[in-house]
Design a protein around this ligand. Structure first.
Ligand code: IPE
Ligand code: MG
Length: 258
């Protein structure tokens, strides 16, 4: 049994396990609209979004999910007003301060994927500490995409490969999909089986562009601050009804076509 096949949490029901995806990625979207609907400042929408993240991180292992990657801040979110950017920058600190000890105790490995440039030195230190503290855990994997963009990540990987070639450390013909995947920020995580986007928007918004190649996509009409276990269950139900063929044909078609 490989590490990826290890059953996650004792007590998860086998019937759920059969259809449950291993790696779920979530575009946490709709905080601003949630706040607006209530006549609240957007910052309170983001705070409520952190609570939804906590609920989702707790629910995921119960649903046999082993990897969860969440989109917290994109390389394009810098174009928001400075005050909102500052509020978003403060969220990981708040989340780690209240939750990192419990995450560690529960065997969660936390990784923050994205560019470090642009983050305050305090935030970088906090992220490094959270990662170092949890790096030996492997019961559940939480990847937080922060200052992350799929195009930025691919560009950074290409640049690093080009530098290696220029320095004579490898040759252009060494590059294949496996090597390229290992140069990305998600290296070490299996590709997402399911990408979920609440809030009604139906796009990837630069999330996991390479890794999404064969992910199933589920869009849900709920704003992220309202998200909880029931919505995740519904997404998994949709996922379970999908026929994943990875470019091949369904097994029951093989005989028919000879
Ligand atoms: C998600 O909520 C938080 C981030 C993208 C950082 P939004 O802030 O995008 O909320 P809407 O889309 O304006 O409702
Ligand atoms: Mg949005």
């Amino acid at each position: 049994m490989t590490a990826f096949e290890t059953p996650p949490f004792a007590g998860a029901s086998p019937s759920e396990g059969a259809a449950a995806p291993l790696h779920v990625a979530v575009v946490m979207d709709g905080n601003g609209r949630w706040a607006k609907q209530r006549g609240l400042p957007r910052s309170l929408g983001h705070s409520a979004g952190v609570e939804a993240l906590k609920r989702t991180v707790e629910a995921a292992p119960r649903l046999n999910i082993r990897w969860l990657t969440v989109f917290g801040f994109s390389t394009e979110n810098w174009s928001r007003p400075a005050a909102e950017v500052a509020e978003l920058m403060a969220l990981p600190k708040r989340y780690f301060e209240t939750d990192i000890a419990r995450l560690d105790r529960e065997g969660v490995r936390v990784r923050v994927i994205g560019r470090r440039e642009g983050l305050s030195s305090e935030l970088v230190r906090l992220v490094d500490d959270a990662q170092a503290r949890t790096e030996r855990n492997d019961r559940f994997h939480l990847n937080i995409a922060f200052n992350y963009g799929g195009q930025a990540d691919i560009t950074d990987a290409v640049r690093r490969f080009a530098e290696d070639v220029a320095a004579g450390r490898c040759k252009p013909q060494d590059l294949d999909e496996r090597l390229f995947g290992s140069l990305l920020a998600t290296s070490g995580s299996p590709p997402p089986d399911l990408i979920v986007r609440p809030s009604g928007e139906q796009r990837l918004s630069n999330f996991l562009l390479w890794e999404a190649a064969y992910a199933e996509l589920v869009f849900q009409d709920v704003l992220w601050p309202d998200y909880g276990e029931q919505h995740l269950r519904e997404a998994l139900t949709q996922f379970a009804a999908r026929d994943r063929r990875y470019g091949a044909i369904a097994a029951d078609n093989v005989l028919a076509t000879g």
